[in-house]
Each structure stands twice: as C-alpha cells, then as structure tokens.
Design a protein around this ligand. Structure first.
Ligand code: ADP
Length: 445
C-alpha cells in the first residue's frame, strides 16, 4: 500500500483544519491571518507529535523483550509494526529449526561409537562427545575452551597433533584408564581440527593373544619334534643294542603321543569356537555321562587313588532304580569337560590321594558336576589365569603327565556354550574342587 498519498492528505488536512480554526480564533483578536498561520503550524505539529509517539512506542517494543504484539496505531505505523513483527517471527522460527537441526546433528555424533572432538585454531576444545570425553578423560562441559594439550599429555598424542602430518591414525595410550586409542586428526575450515578416537584396546589384546597362541603352539610342537629328530639321528647313526632300541622307540612313541594329544586338543578348541552353540532341546543322560566318566577315571588312575562317586539331591542318578537326570547340550562336549576335570584330578593328586566325583542339584535347580581332590592344590594367584590357553601352574608336572595346558580352556569354552560356569576352589597342599554349574533351565528330571 502506498502511504505517501495518505501522509500528504493528513498533512493537508492538519494544515487546513488548523489554519481554519486559527483564522476563526484570529478574528476575535482582529488578526485572522496570523491566527490561520499559527493554527496551521499547530496542526502540523500535532501530526508530527502523533507520529513521534507511535514511532517511540514501536522502538520501545523493539528494545524490550518483544513480548505481546507490536504496538499498532495508524495505517502506516500499524503496517510497519506488523511487518517488523512478522520478520522477527520468521527469523525466530528459522533459528528454532536451525537449533533443532544442530541438536539432532550433535545427538547423532553423540551416539557414535567413536570419540569426536572439535578443536579451534588455538587448539582449544570447542566441543566433544561423551565417548571422546571418556577416551581422553575430559569433562565435556567444564573442559570446553581449554587447550587440549594441557589436558591430554600423552607424548604420542601431543607430537602427532603438533607435527601436522595427519595421513594416518596413531596409537595413543591412556594409562589412567588402561586404554589404547587409535587417534586420527582431520583439519577443516581455517585452522580448525576434528579429532576422531577409537578404542582399540580389545582388538590389540586379541591380536596379542593370537600371536601368543601361535608362538605357544609352535613351541609345544617344536619340543617333541626336536626330541624325535634327535632319536631318529641316534638310530640312524649309532648301532643300538635291542634294549636300547626298544627304549628309544618307547620315548619316540611318547613324544608322538604328546603331539597327537596336543593336536587333538587344538582341534577340539577350534571346533568349539567355530561351531554353533549346542541345541537347548537336545537332552543328554547324566547317568550315561557319569558311567563314561567313571570308566575313564578308573583307567587313568590305575588303582593309584581312592575314587568316590556320589549323586545328591533329586533324583539320585546313581541309584540303581532311581530316575535319571537330563542335561541340555552336546554329549561330546559335556563328556570332554567332565573328563578333563577328572584327568586333572588324577594327574595332580599324588598316589594314595582321594578323588570324589559328585552330581548334585542346588536349591534353585542348578545342576552341578563336581570333582574334588586332596592333591597338590593351586595357589590363589594362579586361579584367575587357569583357563588361559597353555597356562600351567606346574609346567613340568603337566608335561610329564601328558598335559597340554589346554584342558581348562576347553572346559571354559564348553561351559560358556552351555550357559554355565566353572567354579574353582583350591588350596596349595590341601587339594582342589572344580565345579561345573549348569543353569536350572538346562537340567531336567
Ligand atoms: P594341563 O594340561 O597342563 O593340565 P589344564 O588347562 O587342564 O592344563 O590345567 C591348567 C593348569 O591348572 C595345570 O597345568 C595345573 O597346573 C593346574 N591344575 C588343573 N587342575 C588341577 C588340579 N586338580 N590340581 C592341581 N592343579 C591343577
């Protein structure tokens, strides 16, 4: 709308009406033209005053919090107030949308499994997600605006940040949190930097374990191979008497058996790791397992130990006429775990010692296979490491008795696959008790 004409009209109107009233008033004092002139001026002044008041009201509203509508008065001022109000509302709406978009964007970075940290041109932290805060031990609110190198002092990190060569990620160790991070810097904008951190502790640990495992296997195989090689050389170079030849052959057989047992255990482990979990609807007779375990342990002990077999709780699976108990899982795997524990008890209990094998049900319904011996026992500090591959408390006794150092590792895997747990109690010189605890859901009467 064009307000020029309106403004002109209102000025003419103020001049005319003011002038007319002034002319009439001037006549009383015999000076009508002076009165007309004065009246016209007052009319114009009033129009200006009205405009000044309206513009002041609008300015006051703009200076304030802009709550409520803008003051509307007169056509032009009303239109002006309406336009300003609408422009402000549009800007506010755009701002809200932008803020929402930014919040969503930050939320997406926040849920990222990687740490994300933004640095300004002075290496000060502009923003970081909680993963980065956790990785670098920062407070995501308090530490904003702080120089990163004042807070993260790992030499590898500081050197990498300051070198400016960001082609590859670098490993950074956070000693305080026992973490190894892979940190990558990406420059952007003008001197700004984005830092991405990734927790590689577990990956490095498992890579280390794999390396150790290969080294251990090589070592375990190399020893009997070296011995065998020596015997082969002896046999081919020296003329042996019949008793000597027999002795050498017996020793060679022993070394071959050691390798065979090792390979067999390695294959079992590989199979346990590579095959799907045993079905939960495949039921194995505990009585049947017990019978096989008994045959095995009797053969291993060769009468050197006092053996006891017991079954407690409901039902007594060893009673001739009692009901059987069933375990859900794989018969081969369960048997392997049970016989490993029995074989250990026999091998680490000196002659004349006592070994008790029990099956019992705990009040909550859990099934327990227990092997207790009064043999060598194990010192407390070794207990947490027993299930590690190739971990031996007494290496020479383990090897002498045909151990591979993989038995309890196999047991642990079997129990994990059956949702159960391995419990160990032991005291040096007094004996050990190994328990395989199966959850109630896997035990059926
Ligand atoms: P190994 O083949 O050497 O017996 P295992 O994994 O079966 O390997 O056992 C790991 C180690 O735990 C053994 O080397 C042995 O020192 C210790 N151990 C296992 N069972 C017993 C036990 N019943 N009594 C004493 N020590 C045991």
């Amino acid at each position: 709308m064009n307000f020029l004409f309106g403004r002109l009209l209102s000025a003419i109107f103020a001049l005319t009406v003011g002038g007319l009233i002034g002319w009439l008033a001037g006549r009383v004092f015999a000076a009508p033209w002076w009165g007309a002139w004065g009246g016209a001026c007052i009319g114009l002044l009033l129009v200006n005053l009205r405009d000044a008041l309206r513009s002041q009201a609008l300015v006051n509203w703009l200076r304030g919090t802009q709550e409520g509508g803008a003051p509307r008065g007169g056509q032009m001022w009303g239109e002006l107030a309406y336009r300003i109000e609408r422009a402000l509302q549009q800007r506010e709406r755009a701002l809200v949308t932008e803020r929402q978009r930014l919040a969503q964007f930050l939320l997406a970075i926040e849920v990222s499994p990687n740490g994300v940290l933004l640095l300004d041109a002075d290496e000060q932290i502009s923003w970081c997600n909680s993963v980065a805060a956790d990785h670098f031990g920062l407070n995501p609110v308090r530490d904003l605006g702080q120089r990163i190198t004042n807070l993260v002092r790992a030499p590898a990190f500081v050197a990498y940040l300051q070198a400016g060569d960001y082609d590859e990620a670098v490993p950074v160790i956070n000693h305080g949190r026992d973490l190894t991070l892979s940190v990558l810097v990406r420059p952007y904008g003008e001197g700004l930097r984005l830092i991405l951190s990734n927790d590689v502790t577990e990956r490095l640990r498992s890579e280390g374990m794999r390396r150790d495992f290969v080294a251990n296997v090589s070592h375990e195989i190399r020893t009997p191979l070296t011995v065998l090689g020596g015997f082969v050389e002896t046999m081919s170079n020296l003329p042996l008497t019949e008793p000597e030849r027999k002795r050498v052959l017996t020793l060679m057989t022993l070394q071959t058996q050691r390798m065979q047992t090792l390979v067999a255990d390695l294959l079992i482990l590989a199979q346990l790791e590579g095959s799907p979990r045993p079905a939960v609807d495949q039921w194995v007779s505990v009585r049947g397992l017990f019978a096989q375990v008994e045959t095995e342990i009797v053969a291993l002990s060769k009468g050197r130990h006092l053996l006891g077999f017991k079954s407690e709780g409901c039902p007594d699976v060893l009673a001739e006429d009692g009901a059987d108990c069933l375990l859900a899982g794989s018969e081969t795997e369960l048997l392997s775990a049970f016989t490993n524990l029995c074989s250990n008890a026999v091998r680490y209990t000196p002659e004349g010692g006592r070994i008790d094998v029990r099956w019992l049900r705990r009040p909550g319904g859990d099934g327990v296979f227990e092997v207790r011996d009064n043999g060598l026992g194990i010192a407390r500090e070794h207990l947490p490491r027993l299930t590690e591959r190739f971990y031996r408390v007494d290496g020479s006794r383990s090897r002498e008795t045909g151990g591979t150092g993989l038995g309890l590792s196999i047991v642990k895997h079997v129990m994990q696959r059956h949702g159960g747990q391995l419990e160990v109690e032991s005291e040096p010189g007094r004996g050990s008790c190994f328990r395989l605890v199966f959850p109630a859901a896997r035990v059926r009467v």
